[in-house]
Design a protein around this ligand. Structure first.
Ligand code: CP
Length: 323
């Protein structure tokens, strides 16, 4: 592997900055990596000798653990740092934290941060590769990549498909990354939610806007249902959770009324009974746990490519045939 010629460049900050070919190459590279997680011994030497720091300044279950599994299964050495328990609570800045880590000779930083732009800010200040694991309401590129891979797995393509993102679009980095990625790969994209949870001018991104969830369900091949991000809401964006569920909740009767099958995605964590009912989340059209499984392969692919791996050599690399 040659880190100076990564097909993705130095960092993965967002899908807005990637070309359609780069996004496709991540999805294609993830395909051979899926099999590693199905082995009895889930380990290959692809990133042996690399040191990766997972710097999570916001809570996370799926993304942090998924990155850690991806790193360990590729044989990287990993260190996890959370805001609590680090010198951030004593007032140390993000850049000082990162520079101190670099002084210990690291290769990559995976960062989750509450501020939009934190990943780009760090990427411009340290020579290590930086991977954005979610920054404020800006982007969550690996979540969108695993969503795209899951839709492609289930429906066989992305180009020409109709995908509607339902819920709290205003606060959602997942929505933004999905919109960029899906449009670049030729899907039609819509958003649906109360006016208070749709960013002004969202249609300028090239998406349709549905006000009624019944219309969205009628139109879409797949629904990506988003959580109401109550922790990011400083004002009353919805009158009550019960009312939100009544008007926008994804329920079996609403899906049955469409008279055809729709794929149901959710990035998690879910508010069951608010944006999605339990019988839908656990039902036959839900691919929510497949998204989680695909997340490990997507993160392996991103780390491999940033380390200078070539997409066409991923199959050989996982067999230990490429240095
Ligand atoms: N989808 C997602 O980012 O989940 P976590 O917050 O648990 O990482």
């Amino acid at each position: 592997m040659n880190p100076t010629v990564s097909p993705l460049g130095k960092d993965l900050v967002g899908l807005e900055e990637l070309t359609a070919d780069q996004i496709r190459s991540i999805l294609d590279t993830a395909e051979p990596f899926k099999e590693i997680s199905e082995r009895r011994i889930k380990k290959v030497p692809v990133l042996r000798g690399k040191t990766i720091v997972n710097l999570f300044m916001e809570p996370s279950t799926r993304t942090r653990i998924s990155f850690e599994f991806a790193e360990k299964r590729l044989s990287a050495d990993t260190v996890n740092i959370a805001a609590t328990g680090s010198s951030v609570v004593k007032g140390e800045t993000l850049v000082d934290t990162a520079r101190n880590l670099e002084a210990m000779r690291i290769d990559m930083v995976v960062i989750r941060h509450g501020s939009s732009g934190a990943a780009r800010f760090l990427a411009e200040r340290i020579p290590s590769n930086v991977v954005n694991a979610g920054d404020g309401a800006h982007e969550h590129p690996t979540q969108a990549l695993l969503d795209l891979l899951t839709i492609r797995d289930q429906l066989g393509k992305l180009s020409g498909l109709k995908v509607c993102i339902v819920g709290d679009i205003l606060h959602s980095r997942v929505a933004r990354s999905n919109i960029f990625g899906l449009l670049k790969l030729g899907a039609e994209v819509a958003v649906c939610g109360p006016m208070t949870l749709l960013p002004a001018g969202i249609d300028a991104l090239g998406v349709r806007v549905f006000r009624r969830v019944e219309e969205a369900i009628e139109w879409a091949d797949a629904l990506n249902v988003l959580r109401l991000q109550l922790e990011r809401m400083s004002a009353g964006f919805v009158p009550s959770l019960r009312e939100y569920n009544r008007f926008y909740g994804i329920s079996s009767p609403r899906l049955e009324a469409a008279g055809r099958e729709l794929l149901i995605l959710h990035p998690g964590p879910m508010n069951r009974g608010v944006e999605i009912d339990s019988d839908v989340a656990d039902g036959p059209h839900s691919v929510i746990l497949r998204q989680v499984t695909n997340g490990v392969a997507i993160r392996m692919a991103v780390l491999y490519l940033l380390a200078g791996g070539m997409p066409e050599q991923a199959e050989a690399a996982k067999q230990g045939e490429v240095a």
